[in-house]
Design a protein around this ligand. Structure first.
Ligand code: GCU
Length: 363
C-alpha cells in the first residue's frame, strides 16, 4: 500500500511542515505563516527577492479589433505603464476576450513570442471554452540573458548584484503580477479565478508568480522541470550544475551554492508547489522530456500534497503507481497530466488546463 508515498519518503526531502505544526490542529493561519517562510526561503536561495511593489499600473489601448475570430472575440493590444518610486516602465500585453461570455475566466499567459496565435497557442479552442487570455511576451519585460541594464532589470535590482538579488525568472513573475494589477481593475472579467500559465522557463516563472501573488487562483506549469516543478534530488536530466552554467541569470547567486550539493538544500521544488496552497496548481509533463523528468514532476505533486492535507483539503488525488501516458489526475487542488511526446506546450496541454479550470471553484 501507498507505494508512491514510500518512494517519496525515501527521497528524504526537507519537511514542508515544520515541527511545530506536526500533529497540531490545522489552521489556515498556521499554514499562511509557514507558507510565507517557504516563499522567503525560495527567494533567498533560488530566485532572489522581489522588491515590494509600491506603484501603480495604467493601460493605454494601442489597437482594438472587436470582431476577431469571426466575431467571437475582441483582441486588444494594450500598453501597460508601471509607475514606481524607482522609475517608470512600460510593456505591451495582448488581451483576447470572448465576446459572448459574461465575465469570462482569464489566463495570464507568459509567452516566448509576441505572435498570437502561435505554435504554443490554440487560441480558438481557448475562446470556445469561454476563456480569455492576457498575454505578455517575456522579453518585453527583461531580456533572457545576463544583461541587467535594460528593460525592468535596473528598476528591480538597483546597483550591485548580491547573493539574493532577483534573477530574470523573478522579473518575469513580477510582470505577471502587474498584468494582474490591471486585470483587477476590469469589471468585464471574473477577477476571482485568474490563472497564470507558462511553459518550461516560463513554467518556472508561473509557479513563482503564483507563490508570490495569492491573487492567482490557478497556476499552470508546463514541462518546467529543474528549478520549477520537478524534485531536484535524484532526478534525471537537468541539475543545478547544468542550469547554473547555462542560465545563471535566471536565479539569484545563492543558488550556485547548491551545485553538486543538492542533498544539502534546505528546500526542494515541492516547496514551490506547496507555496501555492490552498489555491490550485496543475502540472503538465511529457514522457520523452527526460531533461525535465516527468517522474520527478509527479513526485513534487505527491510531496506538495501534504500542505493541502494539513488544511483538510484533498491535495493531490492520484493512483498508487507511477503515471502512464494519457493519465490525468484532476480531482484535487493539485492537478497533473502526462502526455506522449517531448518538450512542448501543446494543444493537448492547453485542453488539460482548460478542463482543470472549468471544473473548479476558488477555494
Ligand atoms: C532549457 C533549460 C530548461 C528550460 C528550457 C526552456 O532546456 O535547461 O531548464 O526549462 O530551456 O525554457 O525551454
Amino acid at each position: 500500500m501507498a507505494m508512491i508515498q514510500d518512494t517519496v519518503k525515501n527521497l528524504r526531502l526537507p519537511a514542508l511542515l515544520d515541527e511545530r505544526q506536526r500533529g497540531v490542529p490545522e489552521t489556515a493561519k498556521a499554514w499562511e505563516a509557514r507558507r510565507l517562510e517557504l516563499v522567503d526561503l525560495l527567494c533567498r536561495e533560488v530566485y532572489g527577492y522581489v522588491p515590494a511593489f509600491e506603484g501603480m499600473v495604467s493601460a493605454a489601448c494601442v489597437e482594438k479589433d472587436e470582431g476577431a475570430y469571426a466575431g467571437k472575440a475582441t483582441v486588444q493590444t494594450l500598453n501597460l505603464t508601471v509607475t514606481m518610486p524607482q522609475g517608470v516602465f512600460s510593456f505591451p500585453i495582448v488581451m483576447t476576450l470572448p465576446n459572448f461570455i459574461e465575465r469570462p475566466q482569464m489566463i495570464v499567459s507568459l509567452a516566448f513570442r509576441k505572435q498570437i496565435p502561435d505554435r504554443y497557442y490554440p487560441q480558438e479552442e481557448i475562446l470556445d471554452a469561454g476563456i480569455g487570455v492576457a498575454q505578455l511576451c517575456y522579453t518585453d519585460v527583461a531580456t533572457d540573458d545576463g544583461d541587467f541594464s535594460t528593460g525592468v532589470a535596473p528598476l528591480l535590482t538597483q546597483g550591485e548584484r548580491t547573493g539574493t538579488t532577483l534573477g530574470k525568472i523573478g522579473m518575469w513573475a513580477w510582470a505577471a503580477s502587474r498584468v494582474m494589477d490591471y486585470l483587477q481593475t476590469l469589471d468585464c472579467i471574473d477577477r476571482d479565478t485568474i490563472a497564470v500559465l507558462g511553459h518550461s522557463r516560463l513554467g518556472k516563472t508561473a509557479l513563482l508568480a503564483g507563490a508570490l501573488d495569492t491573487r492567482f487562483a490557478f497556476v499552470y506549469s508546463n514541462d518546467a522541470g529543474c528549478a520549477g516543478d520537478a524534485i531536484t534530488r535524484g532526478k534525471r536530466g537537468e541539475h543545478i550544475r547544468d542550469i547554473c552554467k547555462n542560465f545563471p541569470y535566471w536565479f539569484c547567486e545563492n543558488y550556485q551554492k547548491y551545485i553538486d550539493r543538492e542533498e544539502e538544500m534546505p528546500f526542494d521544488q515541492h516547496f514551490l508547489l506547496a507555496a501555492i496552497a490552498p489555491r490550485y496548481v496543475c502540472i503538465g509533463s511529457a514522457v520523452d522530456d527526460i531533461w525535465a523528468d516527468p517522474e520527478y514532476q509527479y513526485y513534487s505533486c505527491v510531496a506538495a500534497g501534504e500542505a493541502y492535507q494539513f488544511l483538510g483539503l484533498e491535495g493531490f488525488c492520484h493512483l498508487d503507481r507511477l503515471p502512464a501516458v494519457g493519465d490525468s489526475f484532476h480531482d484535487g487542488q493539485i492537478g497533473f497530466h502526462l502526455r506522449s511526446g517531448g518538450h512542448f506546450l501543446s494543444r493537448y496541454d492547453w485542453l488539460q488546463y482548460i478542463d482543470f479550470m472549468k471544473n473548479k471553484k476558488r477555494p
